[in-house]
Design a protein around this ligand. Structure first.
Ligand SMILES: [Cu+2]
Length: 314
């Protein structure tokens, strides 16, 4: 409630001071937090390693800015009403009411519809890129999820035993999905039992892994244009699938194309030390290229099933 006798000019001064302080607080928060412009424009979106992840980030930035613009208008209108349209001392009636103003109601219906339509349009554009069909030029990878691990197969790469080269995770070893950087990759996925979900946080993408995808009418292929940098990226099951769901980790090991070709070459040979086809772990070890060729997972670790190894965290 306005204090009696406050002249309008003093009131305007107070509002200006409040606005100035708010603006100063925003400037100080932004300039002292150590965030770069890029970080600010990401609005919390993690850094991905695929062009698809970058496109989704752009959509997110656009949507966040649009929401902020609407927010500023609403906050501004609220502050304006609070500052300049408070009940005056001695007034008892309601202010003039607007609820059946047809032009105003039309405008307030059409504007949100336009906002939703624009957001919908850009969402569909990006979704069509992320969920596009393969062209046939991609490296093919088959993913099989099961309780509670993963099998990854290279259908275009026959191992010496005639079967496609593959890697299966076990309780004691995290499966490493070795992939090339800078090449398009097509993933085809299927579950042997319940619904799982293939998720590599750095791809900023996950897709449910269904049993019988065709019968369930699920689109079980998806593509990425390329992985933009070499590295080890943790992968997880993102659909609760039973007792050891949280232990269903894997690793994507992205190698530069020349190293990846070397890897696939080894997987087509017999390891002279074992007399058996090279496994993924053995091939990586034989390549000896440092941390990128570590035969063991480095982004996540095998789960120790011994009950005495578990700890309760408070
Ligand atoms: Cu799972």
């Amino acid at each position: 409630m306005r204090r009696e006798g406050t002249p309008p000019r003093a009131r305007t001064g107070r509002v200006r001071r409040a606005l100035g302080l708010t603006a100063a607080a925003v400037v100080v928060a932004v300039t002292t937090s150590g965030c770069s412009v890029d970080e600010v424009l990401r609005f919390g979106w993690p850094v991905g390693v695929t062009p698809e992840a970058a496109q989704m980030r752009t959509l997110w930035t656009g949507a966040a800015i649009a929401a902020l613009v609407v927010g500023v208008l609403v906050w501004g209108a609220t502050a304006w009403a609070v500052a300049f349209h408070r009940k005056r001392a001695g007034e008892s009636d309601l202010p003039r009411q607007f609820q059946y103003n047809l032009p105003l109601e039309l405008v307030l219906t059409v504007i949100p519809l336009v906002i939703v339509a624009v957001l919908f349009y850009f969402t569909v554009v990006v979704q069509n890129v992320v969920d596009r069909n393969p062209t046939g030029d991609e490296l093919e990878i088959n993913i099989t999820g099961f309780q509670w691990n993963w099998e990854f197969t290279y259908p275009q790469t026959p191992a010496p035993n005639g079967l496609p080269a593959s890697v299966v995770g076990t309780t004691s070893s995290v499966p490493i999905l070795v992939l090339p950087t800078d090449r398009p990759i097509r993933f085809t996925q299927e579950s042997k039992d319940v619904i799982h979900s293939f998720w590599v946080p750095e791809f900023l993408f996950k897709r449910d892994v269904f049993p019988f995808p065709e019968e369930n009418e699920q689109k079980n292929t998806w593509v990425i244009e390329r992985i933009e940098r070499p590295g080890a990226f943790v992968g997880r099951c993102a659909e609760y699938c039973g007792a050891y769901h949280s232990m269903m980790n894997f690793e994507v090991r992205a190698l530069p194309p020349n190293l990846f070709d070397q890897f696939l070459g080894l997987r087509q040979q017999v390891n002279p030390q074992t007399g058996q086809p090279y496994t993924t772990n053995e091939a990586l070890g034989a390549m000896n290229c440092g941390e990128l060729c570590n035969p063991r997972s480095i982004s996540t670790y095998a789960y120790n099933p011994d009950p005495t190894a578990q700890q309760a965290f408070r």
